[in-house]
Design a protein around this ligand. Structure first.
Ligand code: DSN
Length: 490
């Protein structure tokens, strides 16, 4: 065994063993479809060579990744641990129980359901659990059924009509909320009569008094909290007070910041688990696990949450549940707290570096893992900024800013996050240097003019040599912090 590659914030792995595992796996795959084996190798090369700042992405450990490629993938396991609709699930029971146990311990939760395949699945499980638990829908009473799963077709028809009266209040998409929190084109916006809260127009910050006033007026069944592009902490104790005052159920989607909760950076009022009735998450963002979802809940919702399959989920993915168990075990190691703190410290360094260079940030900074840049002062749309940064080797995504005049396609914002590069070992100095590269690219990019004489919203030119210079500088930063050090595909 070679020396473990173990920067303090990255899970240690045996580089020789991982190299052998991947080389052999690629040889086996390549014998069937070499183009797929090549694409897998190319993906690692691309990820190694780019400055990945997408706030929702990370790099899972070789242990997490390898756990997903095995015989668990072949197994059907509808049901719950010890109560399956298929025979032969004893090993699936082992990994599902382990993942749930690690999740409960990691987050201090009463109950954990690890079957959701993604964030939207986790949210649908939560929404139906609240409906089943909290709503005396006429159809349930008429049918004498104990649960929505037991309804007849007639009862379902009544239920569909009654559902239209149920209300959800969530954060609006342009204020940083997520499309599954009641955005009209999403199923959440169709299941519920929906209303959304924004942020203070002057500060970009959540205004709890305004949320309370809106909740008192709207009387939601579900008060939804959580975000995908809000660069600040949320006071979940305050949100719970509002929910209690209006008789709502508080559901928190912590997909973006689950790693900061697991790493005990968000504690007390900022930890959703003790305050929310139900908490949903993905497992692959700041939590650094496999792609997947998770639901945590208070005991009164446990039975309804466990009916996620077959209510809204198909068969669970046992290979992914196994990888969740491995990832949660990693997150329970002391090093993970150091990683989570570094993610936030690095975001602050990135925000300060951008501000110092004259870049405008929504809310003026950050106290989580992400920074939302308003690129309108450079005369750019988010789409132009995203493309120019990509030309320069910096991977980001465009994002709406509050009350965005450019709409959701072009946008006025760029969202950047620190979880992935922190896993690579970047610290404050590297993020300050990254801020410099971003500021230079934004300053050196100019919209082209359309034939009508207006600035284009998509096309742009860059100062000569800027993209190449930035790529070279990014390559120097990346070379000092290799991704999966020692991992060699041969
Ligand atoms: N797509 C994820 C993100 O980038 O935030 C959320 O679903």
């Amino acid at each position: 065994m070679t020396e473990l590659a173990s920067p303090s914030v990255t899970p240690a792995f045996d580089a020789d063993a991982a190299s052998a595992a991947y080389r052999n796996a690629l040889q086996v795959i390549g014998a069937v479809e070499p183009r797929v084996a090549d694409a897998i190798g190319a993906e690692l090369a691309d990820q190694r060579a780019s400055l990945k700042l997408i706030a929702s992405e990370n790099y899972a450990s070789p242990a997490v990744l390898l756990t997903m490629g095995n015989w668990f993938s072949d197994k059907y396991a509808e049901g719950t641990v010890g109560h399956r609709f298929y025979a032969g699930c004893q090993n699936v029971d082992t990994v599902e129980a382990l993942a749930a146990e690690h999740a409960r311990e990691l987050f201090g939760a009463a109950h954990a359901y690890v079957q959701p395949h993604s964030g939207i699945d986790a949210n649908l499980v939560a929404f139906w659990a609240v409906l089943a638990q909290k709503v005396e829908l006429p159809a349930l009473t008429e049918a004498g059924a104990g649960h929505v799963n037991d309804l007849s077709d007639d009862a379902w028809a009544t239920l569909r009509r009654a559902l239209g009266d149920q209300r959800m209040l969530g954060m609006s998409l342009d204020a940083g909320g997520h499309l599954t929190h009641g955005f009209r084109p999403n199923i959440s916006g169709k299941m519920f009569t929906q209303s959304s809260y924004g942020t203070d127009p002057a500060t970009g910050l959540l205004d709890y008094a305004a949320v309370r006033a809106q909740a008192l007026e709207f009387r939601p069944l579900i008060l939804m909290a959580g975000y995908s592009a809000y660069p600040r902490k949320v006071d979940f104790a305050a949100m719970r007070e509002i929910a209690d005052e209006v008789g709502a159920t508080l559901v928190v989607d912590m997909a973006h910041f689950a790693g900061l909760v697991a790493g005990k950076v968000f504690t007390g009022d900022f930890d959703p688990v003790p305050h929310a009735h139900v908490v949903t998450s993905t497992t692959h963002k700041s939590l650094r696990g496999p792609r997947g979802g998770l639901v945590l809940c208070q005991p009164e919702f446990a039975d309804a949450v466990d009916r996620g399959c077959p209510m809204v989920l198909g068969g669970p993915l046992p290979h992914v549940m196994a990888a969740k168990a491995v990832a949660f075990a990693e997150a329970r190691q002391p090093a993970f707290a150091g990683y989570a703190q570094a993610v936030v410290d690095n975001a602050v360094a990135l925000a300060e570096g951008l501000t110092r260079r004259g870049v405008r940030l929504v809310t003026g900074g950050t106290d989580n893992h992400l920074v939302l840049i308003d690129v309108s002062s450079f005369g750019l749309t988010g789409r132009q900024a995203e493309s120019a940064l990509l030309d320069a080797g910096i991977v980001t995504n465009r994002n709406s800013v509050p009350a965005d005049p450019q709409g959701a396609w072009y946008t006025s914002g760029i969202r950047v996050g620190t979880p992935a590069l922190t896993t690579r070992g970047f610290g404050a100095a590297e993020f300050d240097a990254t801020a410099g590269l971003i500021a230079d690219v934004l300053a050196g990019t100019t919209p082209t003019t359309t034939s009508a004489g207006a600035p284009s919203r998509a096309k742009y030119t860059m100062t000569d040599g800027l993209a190449d210079r930035t790529r070279a500088a990014a390559a120097d930063l990346l070379a000092a912090h290799p991704l999966y050090p020692g991992l060699d595909l041969g």
